[in-house]
Design a protein around this ligand. Sequence first.
Ligand SMILES: [Zn+2]
Length: 587
Amino acid sequence: MMGSRETFKKPSHLQVDTLDDPEIRAAISTLRQIVASCMGPHGKIKIIQNATGGHITRTTTSSRLFGAISLSKPVLKLIVSSVQSHVEQYQDGGLMACLFCLLLVESSLDCDVNRSILADLYQVFYDIVDDYMNSDECACKYELDFSNLEAMMAFVQNMYDSKPFCGLYGYQLEEFSRLILQTFLQCIPDMASSKASFYTTRIYLLCVKHEDMNYSRNLNGLVIEYPELSSHVEKKLSIKRSLDSASCHRIKVALVNCSMSGDAESELNANYEVATGVNPDMFYLEKILSFCYQLVTLGTGLVICQKVMHPQVKEYFRKEGVLFTDRLGAMPVPYVQDVTGATPIGLLTEAPSDGMFGWIDHIEHVVIHDKSYLHLQEVDSCVITLVLATPDEDKLDELKTTTLGVLRNLERLIIQPEVLFGGGCWNTHVASYLRHHVAQNLSALASTHDCSESLVSTSAEIFARCMEKIAMVTSPDSMDHLVDVSSHHVWRVTKGEINDISTIRHSASLKCGCGLLNGTMVKDFQFLNEKLSGPKYKEFLVSKPNSEAIGCDIVSDSLSVVVNALRIAVNTASSIITVGQFIHDTN
Ligand SMILES: [Zn+2]
């Protein structure tokens, strides 16, 4: 028997790649170009379709891009899976993490430094950069003031602005950003009056295909699909109310997360013995009906089932005047828990205890763009439904992905309000700091890592250059890049316009990438050009900008997102460049 099985197994066809194979280098370079060209407000939208001509995805977000492309090279799979782990946690900064990692890998292959030493030094440089960015001395960050709504608006607008496929511009971008910020602020619980812990972020995203994006809005409470009623006319509902523990007339809610279909086999998932003449499905259905009877006796007004309800169960609830909905799916369940306070019931063989029921004040039938919904409202709940409307599915996915990132960033800002000067400015600033710090500690670094001083400075230059390249890819193609030698921010000028740096007019209309500085505030510039050798920063005397000088229109990036994206990029690049061979079975 063993022999016959073996004959069916295809023989392995092992392919062994090394990083220096031209094919692998070309693949790394292609992915780098794709990722780089997605970044920032000038990012180019990608259209992805698999070889068999399936679904077309248009996007510039890393999560949708990596979800749509299939990679065959193990080295690229390794990079993308590291980036995806960052995106899962932060929902932002994926493109930057991926690009920095690919740049580090490519630059490492182009130089003749021993790769193990290089990998060690990259970790050291990351620690230097991380220490600086998290320190009080760091001059490229500031605290975003949550009470300054204009500054918060600018932060939200920047994030949508960097995702051009969302299709938000001008007035619409402003209106949409205001809606998101308002929704976010509305769902922050008042700790004195409400419960302290929640199962969700309290903002439920409801995606609606609609020609007009201005149809997007928020509704207090939770809006769930309700196919039981007409999708054309909103109906007035009469719902049974009961007395809650405070003797108020409210709606009692039961949330069931197991099937109420009566299909014993799929539901019990167990072996059982049946007496002759007994139909197990009928027996199980009777148990469910008896459970429903108990719900009715206990005064339940609304039954929400995550899975399927048997038609007889529905019939029974209808007869008893109990509102019900089934096939809710797993995703909205925690939101129902947060809005009602109900605990999911997973066993239908005994009566639920009092504590398992939830309560709400009001339920309405609403019709949104020809679909029927139940709108569950509870005064103290903090749960908000954010209706996102765009004309097509693809754009809706992009808007949803970006919105999740924006909301996650806002949430993080409450805990850590520090942001970096964006638009490429923190990149050039931190790169300058690294060069300076390494130059100051050259002999110590060389002796700790048992290598020459020139090797340490060459490696630091590679690391700093890769960081600066990120600032350059977010610009339109027609730009030259300068860095000022006092604050080390990045400045963009029309390509070829300036040949001699001393001829630059230090005017107020010339602005750095983040918008903090203008030409009158800085002394000298240097070209940030790959062809020139790195700028020689002899000193790094940057004082922190006065918080009053920081306007609301500054482009900023979340510090925690950037720090983690850099960490993932450096760890992944370090482990890749030390791998000798990538072996994969092509059968
Ligand atoms: Zn700047």
